[in-house]
Design a protein around this ligand. Structure first.
Ligand SMILES: [Zn+2]
Ligand SMILES: [Zn+2]
Length: 224
């Protein structure tokens, strides 16, 4: 008598399975393709949707569609938790793969590179960005170092308004240089305290500071 080992039922020959190039999200006319990013319904409906990248799509003989996905993690799902410099739309591309029913796909989204995200005129609900890869088992990030700004030496959070010093070109949080956000928005020019000390020294030595360029206050917007 043939015996089946427990746990082996999932490794049946792939009879009647078919790779799919595209899948239409149930109840919509939105088409998902391999490589697209999607929002997937969490089992706990109080949670925000999961975000994943579709790696492969497959239909069985009864037309049940399964998708192989690579998960994006939200900062709060990472081992280190959400940090101050993490933006509201920040995601980490994880090394965590899964197979899910295509029925859990509820929409499409776009995960931008950090640079492209900061250039967006408007951030829509479907816009996210990723600047780190994340190892789910260890909590390690790649790259493990990023540029830091301001006196507080923090990586850039695109949700926060910063002002650029015309001297050193570094960016500052208004609060870190003793300003309110409203005051920062009214500024035509900004020179940090270190650079204005340098200016005094320079003018005492008979040098004129270089002509100031146009407004450097950049408001980074955020919509959820
Ligand atoms: Zn700061
Ligand atoms: Zn400066």
């Amino acid at each position: 008598m043939a015996k089946t080992r427990p746990g082996i039922s999932g490794t049946k020959p792939k009879q009647g399975k078919k790779d799919l190039d595209s899948y239409t999200i149930r109840g919509t006319n939105k088409v998902v393709r391999v490589g697209d990013c999607v929002l997937m319904r969490p089992s706990d409906s109080g949670k925000p949707p999961y975000v994943a990248r579709i790696e492969k799509m497959e239909a069985d003989s009864r037309n049940n569609v399964k998708v192989r996905v690579r998960w994006y993690y939200r900062p709060e799902e990472s081992l280190g938790g959400r940090r101050q410099f993490h933006g509201a739309k920040e995601l980490f591309l994880s090394d965590h793969y899964d197979v899910q029913s295509a029925h859990t796909i509820e929409g499409k989204c776009i995960v931008h590179s950090f640079k492209n995200y900061t250039k967006l005129e408007d951030v829509g609900a479907e816009d996210y960005y990723c600047r780190f890869e994340y190892k789910a088992a260890t909590g390690a990030f790649t790259p493990d170092r990023v540029a830091v700004y301001c006196k507080c030496e923090m990586p850039y959070n695109p949700d926060d308004l910063m002002v650029q010093c015309e001297g050193c070109k570094d960016w500052y949080h208004p609060a870190c240089v003793g300003m309110t956000i409203e005051e920062a928005k009214m500024l035509d020019h900004f020179v940090c305290s270190e650079c204005s000390e340098d200016d005094v020294k320079r003018s005492q030595n008979g040098f004129h500071p270089s002509p100031v360029s146009d407004i450097k206050v950049e408001a980074k917007r955020q919509k959820r």
